[in-house]
Design a protein around this ligand. Sequence first.
Ligand SMILES: [Zn+2]
Length: 412
Amino acid sequence: MTTRRLYYDDSFQDNFTAEVLSCQPMADPLAGQESSCWGVLLDQTQLYPTSGGQPNDLGKLGDANVVDVRDLENDEVLHVVDRPVRTGRIDGCIDWPRRFDHMQQHTGQHLLSAVFAERFGLPTVSFHLGQSVSTIDLRGPQPTPEILEGAARAANAIVFEDREISIRYGTAEQFAKMGVRKQVERAGTLRAIEIAGIDFQPCGGTHVRRTGQIGTILLRGCSKIRQDWRVEFLCGHRAEAAARKDADLIARVSAELKCATADLEAAVDRLLGEREGSARNLKALLPKLADLEATTRLLSAVALPDGSRAVAEVLHGVPPEYLPHYATALVRSENVVALLALAETGALLFAQHPQAGRDMNRLLQKVLDELGGKGGGSRDFARGALSDPAKAAAAIELATSQLDQNRSATRA
Ligand SMILES: [Zn+2]
């Protein structure tokens, strides 16, 4: 039996009375558990089921909480509740703030779509009302920033004109004669929403009564989705909340940068410039510092039986890009083998002067096989990273212990 939809004629009623026709336990996904929700059919309802891009209402039926509302075939509305209800008369109510929010976003969508189509030749091909942001997908050439601003201004102007929004009923034929925006091929009586002088389109959703109730419309961005352009927008309370959040963010960041909000852009530019300069200075200093440290460090290199010298070290608190500079500086000296690790990241770098006669890549593979990680390189220069940075010291110890073996293996 068709459920009578009370919101069709009046979307502003937040409570209603209805007849419970049936209440059935619904299949529970966890087998063997007792049902935790029930499906209720009513003779009439004020609760909106998910459809046409608009999410369902929430609310109560008697003491039961309505957790979902679904559109069934044959025009029935299924109310999913968290406890069983008795058949007979029942009082219902809807979560009004949620519903009104949906009404603002949904009516705002009608208006925006109309403006994009009428003034900029960009028809809407789909609409989604999300939990935090809503979107329309426009078809046609990319909307320029000027078009986006123009559409937002035009839509808001109509909001401020507080135009009337009416519910119309008629057949598809009648609607076609009245200049409906979207043709519908459905028999019987259809419902359409008219925004005076700008839009007339078939819709079964819930809407506000006048454009003023939509509140301010804020466009928040445009991105390409397949062949269409997805425009994000917020209406009414959502627009106000977003503007407040943005203002808070700007105030916090300005306080952090110790500047007036009006000077924020210049402060960020200055900061980025300084950062670039610091990075440049660091880049220039790293090889010099590496040369200096290598010279000192080589004085305490360990002499190996075959006459080569080893520097084995776990470095702390240096940037990763320091490692190759340091290694290169060390192995510039004859017969030096450098086994280096970074404590913080577990990065490994094994390098040698060509005459040191070992195989750094093989040595690295041996360490990585044993301690976990990945990497690779050549006979004289190999880099890798341990899966667990805490094993950096163990890795250097292991590599050092393998140096004699590594040499004989290379010769063999
Ligand atoms: Zn609608």
